[in-house]
Design a protein around this ligand. Structure first.
Ligand code: NAD
Ligand code: UD1
Length: 343
């Protein structure tokens, strides 16, 4: 099967860049397309240091149809791994049109050019957010679909686009990978999550507190019905997630249809468990204080990954301690991320 060259939209971002490493290790040739709205161009240097390969880079936007057509032809793209999106839930509530424009119109533009160029395989970055308020845990792929915010709806809408394209074109394959809580960094410490501004998510906030950029972590809610009262989530190492993409694509690249998969560990960890693991990684106390529940948060959310384990011959292998160890290696080597690091 000549499924060699993969266009990785958003390939300079957190999950896309780690997936480029997994693709390379599996013998594929990633071509990165990114508009750098939330990434540093130095990611390409780091990828080269890790893999020994300079991946081709297309600077530009998924909404630019001419650029996409040119890219498909120039690099003879066989399949698209589509990560490019805006992803901040709170911002999506304030700026819904920006989210629908970038995430939904962008995906539509990409699918149109794929159709024109005869490229019929897409692996899409979906999210557990498409399950809306969990009605039961662990969440399996049969859980009802819905959302509570425009970011989540943009993922639901793109999944629907993919379902419809796959039912209209019997040769089209769409893998919708529904991530739970991606964290971690490459084990080299050369690549990791590099959020602009104040992090919204727990692990980057802890990491920036550990390095001294934030005073303390606010623990949102300590009266949930959980073992220690704090929220429980299914944190998955970004390299396990990256390898999950390769496993899914390898399994299905000769198939067609719309296929959703949960990518999670099937294990939940509380906020305090994550803080404790991080303290072990960095060898220091992480200051934290109890704060009110964050609006929209649920007590517990974790995946039933059985379908992926059974069909993709994949499972998440790295535990919470490995996740926080790897984040600390990255954060301590690059305290300000890649944008301001000078060495
Ligand atoms: P990220 O912001 O680090 O990466 C996204 C990349 O896409 C960035 O490099 C950004 O510059 C680029 N981009 C955005 N819009 C673009 C456009 N119009 N054209 C070209 N490039 C564009 O985010 P991430 O955490 O790596 O997330 C990757 C994907 O996974 C997203 O689709 C996100 O919604 C999804 N996802 C992320 C999480 C998470 O917790 N990180 C969870 C579930 C799903
Ligand atoms: C969030 C997004 C979700 C997205 C996911 C990706 C919201 C409401 N949901 O999920 O759509 O798919 O990220 O990773 O934004 N917490 C603190 N203090 C903090 C930050 C978080 O206590 O400073 C707690 C939260 O209350 C939660 C847990 O840590 O219990 C994880 O939070 P976070 O990392 O933001 O992820 P989610 O809310 O699960």
């Amino acid at each position: 099967m000549m499924e060699n060259t993969i266009l990785v939209t958003g390939g300079a971002g957190f999950i896309g860049s780690h997936t480029c490493i997994a693709l390379h290790e599996a013998g594929f040739r990633p071509v990165v397309l990114d508009n750098f709205s939330n990434a540093s161009v130095r990611v390409l240097d780091q990828l080269e240091r890790i893999t020994g390969q300079r991946f081709p880079l297309v600077r530009g936007d998924i909404r630019d149809a001419d650029l996409l057509r040119d890219t498909f032809q120039r690099y003879r793209i066989d399949a698209v791994f589509h990560f490019a999106a805006l992803k901040a839930v709170g911002e999506s509530v304030r700026q819904p049109l920006a989210y629908y424009e970038n995430n939904v119109s962008g995906s539509l533009a990409l699918l149109q050019v794929m159709q024109q160029c005869g490229v019929r395989r897409m692996v899409f970055s979906s999210s557990a957010t498409v399950y809306g308020e969990p009605q039961y845990v662990p969440i399996d792929e049969a859980h009802p679909i819905g959302s509570t915010n425009p970011y989540g709806w943009s993922k639901v809408m793109v999944e629907q686009l993919l379902r419809d394209v796959a039912s209209a074109d019997s040769d089209f394959l769409a893998l919708a990978l529904r991530y739970f809580n991606p964290v971690g960094a490459h084990e080299s410490g050369l690549l990791g999550e590099d959020p602009l501004g104040t992090p919204n998510n727990l692990v980057p906030f802890i990491a920036q507190t550990a390095i001294g950029r934030r005073e303390h972590v606010q623990v949102f809610g300590s009266d949930y019905q959980t073992t220690d009262g704090t929220g429980v989530r299914d944190y998955i190492h970004v390299m396990d997630l990256a390898e999950g993409h390769v496993a899914a694509f390898r399994t299905h690249c000769g198939d067609f249809g719309f296929k959703p998969y949960n990518l999670g560990t099937g294990r939940g960890s509380s906020v305090l468990e994550v803080i404790t693991a991080f303290e072990k990684s960095c060898g220091a106390h992480i200051p934290w204080e109890a704060a009110p529940r964050r609006p929209g948060d649920v007590a517990v959310n974790w995946a039933d990954p059985a379908l992926a384990v059974k069909r993709l011959n994949w499972r998440a292998r790295r535990d919470l301690q490995t996740m926080t160890d790897d984040v600390w290696r990255w954060q301590s080597a690059y305290p300000n991320g890649l944008q301001e690091h000078t060495s």
